[in-house]
Design a protein around this ligand. Structure first.
Ligand code: MN
Length: 725
């Protein structure tokens, strides 16, 4: 009869009077009677009167010391949905806040989905939105789900599975986010048992089987830990932790570990009185058993996003048994178990401020502090959200899969999070169905679609805005490989060109000659030599000379190499061919290649001032020409002088894009009231294309002159001088 006794409104009210005022307790009672009447004649599947469910939900919340409005909402949470009563009716009886809470919970209940993926995404978004309005909606919803899970055996199997899966997919992660570990564990255990009864049964039986064997080792370790703390005069309690079934199952599944591998680890928690003692205990246990390198984590100094604080370390116990140890204070323990619920749990004990509480409750205090400063509850919740999820955003694939990314992450980070191949071949993205730049930082709740194209490659520019390690390392890795193969290819072409003056080609050189030269140069492979040449670290002509000399010792003087033929630039060489920013060469311009050490080749126009001094030096410059099939777009600078006229920039821009040229940059330098100069940087295919663009621009009425800027050096100096005044 004891259980039935607990489940009465009188019992609940008794408990509530420990932390709520009489008026508040009475309004909770009033809500109960209202619900009892509303649900009159309704029964749960277990046969109990329906009102037993809202009562149980309220009592879960009372264990968390939730406020009277949350408890009233808990009593009424199924009234709108299951009885004919409206929100307006609740509002007139219990006020705005309670009505809004009930409405919020009801709305969460109503969501139905066509697919599981959609369910996951939609649900999460709805949860996030509900949370943004009032965190208490989620607390009521969590308590509701908890009671439904505790009584899930009464449901038919298919409904049981659906609810269990949703609990594992949505509610357990949310409880985790909110730091409510006890609730999370209960969700996982109940969900696992309901969704996979066979698997849960097998693991449970296996755990029971080995518990006997473990018992002795556990108590040995526990005794030695306790003795050690005692000896050092450090007060604390040591708890042996047993892994719960779902976490064993998840580890077996995701980390592909065997049951015995997981169970061979012994886990303990040491709970102490102060932060100071935590670190002392750490020192002491590291003395007792050897720590496993790289396993120490200080979540006290750097708490987890959900407020979790603790020290973690792993030790080699006797016979090399791994021992996982968590060290924390009582307050951290309470935070770790209750998370956001501590916000309410501790609120009432504020009249008895114990110094020990204060430090570990910093997070909760911080929230209360914010609540004081925040003008309204919405603002407060906004802060709480940032506090709970400070560094994370949640975005969705078009199919509804959720990805968690750090703040500031872009579509490129997202693409790499999906798969390395997606990242490597992404070319564009749609953020919430709108085409957006790849560099745009993503926001929580957005749906991101990555557009890929085969044969594309990562852009080095991405490195300037990606934030995840995965994206960064993958891009670097790709570019490194790419640069390697591109420089080998360019090196081969340069070497072939140099060899041509000796009547040879790389492929016709005898293997012994190659081997001998590689040895002289202390290189491991021909590819290395070619890469060196392609990167500009080694001269092609010198290498050609060595490779063709009959006598391996190079005695003959380096004669002025004769430049024979020229290297054709195809526009598709990649990172090892760059186009000079001073003279902006485009196909059709006479050009020259400057070998720049480590960077490969920089193409200048033949007449560029910057190249004038070295253009005849064969060690530094290579004769090059445009391949007739050259592809790509090339940047070129234009100066447009025109008469001021309203909207001339727009006219200019449409004219240029109308001629199929992209505008990269546009800036106006006003000369006087009547005339302006516009500097443009545009992309064109070649000189013919450029001529067409210039002709069209010249035809615009206010334009008086259009010139291509050939070398920026002189202009730069003038600008610098002007700038220094
Ligand atoms: Mn319910």
């Amino acid at each position: 009869m004891q259980i039935a006794e607990l489940d009465t409104i009188d019992n609940l009210a008794d408990g509530l009077s420990n932390y709520l005022g009489r008026d508040q307790v009475n309004s909770v009672r009033r809500a109960y009677y209202y619900a009892e009447q509303a649900h009159d004649g309704q029964f749960r599947r277990s046969g109990e009167a329906y009102v037993s469910h809202p009562l149980a939900v309220a009592s879960i919340l009372s264990d968390m010391h939730m406020d009277h409005q949350s408890l009233m909402a808990a009593m009424l949470h199924d009234v709108i949905e299951d009885t004919g009563i409206t929100k307006t009716a609740i509002k007139s009886q219990f006020g705005n806040t309670v009505a809004d809470l009930v409405d919020g919970v009801s709305k969460l209940n109503k969501i139905t989905f066509s697919s599981r993926a959609e369910a996951q995404a939609e649900n999460f978004q709805k949860m996030a939105m509900a949370m943004a309005k009032d965190l208490r909606v989620i607390m009521v919803k969590i308590a509701d789900r908890l009671h439904n899970m505790r009584t899930i055996h009464a449901l038919p199997p298919d409904k049981r599975r659906r609810i269990a899966r949703e609990t594992l997919d949505i509610y357990a992660p949310i409880a985790n986010r909110l730091g409510m570990n006890d609730v999370r564990v209960e969700f996982e255990e109940l969900g696992f048992a309901a969704l996979y009864p066979m698997r849960a049964g097998r693991i449970s039986a296996a755990v029971k089987r080995i518990r006997g064997n473990r018992k002795e080792i556990v108590s040995q370790i526990q005794t030695s830990l306790e003795a050690c703390l005692e000896r050092e005069g450090l007060p604390g309690r040591t708890i042996g932790r047993e892994k719960h079934l779902y976490s064993i199952y998840e580890k077996m599944r995701s980390k592909r570990k065997s049951f015995s591998e997981i169970m061979d680890v012994y886990a303990f928690r040491i709970v102490v009185d102060s932060v100071d003692t935590c670190y002392r205990v750490l020192g002491v246990v590291h003395n007792l058993y050897k720590p496993v390198p790289g396993r120490f984590k200080d979540y006290i100094a750097i708490p987890k996003a959900n407020g979790y604080q603790s020290l973690h370390t792993t030790l080699f116990g006797m016979h090399g048994v791994p021992i996982e140890i968590q060290i924390r204070t009582e307050e951290m323990e309470a935070m770790a178990n209750n998370g956001i619920a501590s916000h309410w749990l501790y609120k009432s004990s504020d009249d008895l401020p114990s110094n020990a509480h204060l430090r570990a409750r910093e997070w909760v205090n911080g929230l209360l502090e914010m609540q004081k400063h925040a003008g309204n509850s919405l603002e407060f919740i906004e802060h709480v959200k940032i506090d709970l999820f400070p560094d994370e955003i949640y975005v969705f694939t078009p199919k509804g899969q959720i990805f968690e990314l750090p703040t500031g992450a872009t579509a490129v980070d997202f693409a790499y999070a999906i798969h390395t191949d997606v990242g490597n071949s992404c070319v564009a993205c749609r953020i919430s169905r709108r085409l957006a730049p790849l560099s745009e930082p993503l926001q929580s709740g957005q749906t991101v679609e990555i557009i890929t194209a085969p044969g594309t490659q990562p852009n080095p520019d991405w490195l300037s805005y990606v934030v995840t390690g995965k994206a960064r390392s993958n891009i670097r890795h790709y570019l490194k490989n790419q640069k390697h193969s591109e420089s080998v290819a360019l090196g081969r072409r340069l070497l072939n060109k140099a060899l041509a003056s000796f009547g040879e080609q790389v492929d016709s050189i005898r293997q012994e000659n190659i081997a001998a030269v590689l040895e002289q140069l202390k290189l491991d492979s021909l590819d290395q030599l070619l890469e060196d040449i392609g990167l500009g670290n080694r001269m092609a002509y010198m290498a050609a000379q060595r490779l063709t000399s009959k006598n391996q010792a190079v005695t003959q003087e380096v004669s002025e190499p004769e430049q024979s033929g020229s290297l054709a630039i195809r526009g598709s060489e990649g990172m090892v061919i760059n186009y000079a920013k001073c003279c902006h060469p485009i196909p059709g311009d006479p050009i020259i290649g400057h070998i720049s050490s480590g960077r490969g080749m920089v193409i200048h126009t033949d007449s560029c001032n910057n190249i004038a001094d070295i253009r005849d030096n064969p060690e530094k410059c290579v004769r090059v020409s445009w391949d007739p099939e050259v592809e790509g777009e090339f940047s070129v600078e234009l100066k447009v002088e025109l008469e001021n006229q309203r909207g001339f920039i727009a006219t200019l821009a449409t004219t240029i894009t109308g001629a199929e040229a992209n505008i990269e940059k546009i800036s106006t330098v006003e000369r006087d009231a009547r005339f302006s100069i516009v500097n443009l940087s545009i992309n064109v295919r070649n000189r013919v294309h450029l001529a067409r663009v210039m002709r069209r621009v010249r035809a615009i009425v206010p334009v008086s002159r259009v010139t291509r800027v050939k070398s920026r050096r002189v202009r730069k100096t003038i600008r610098n001088k002007l700038g220094s005044h």
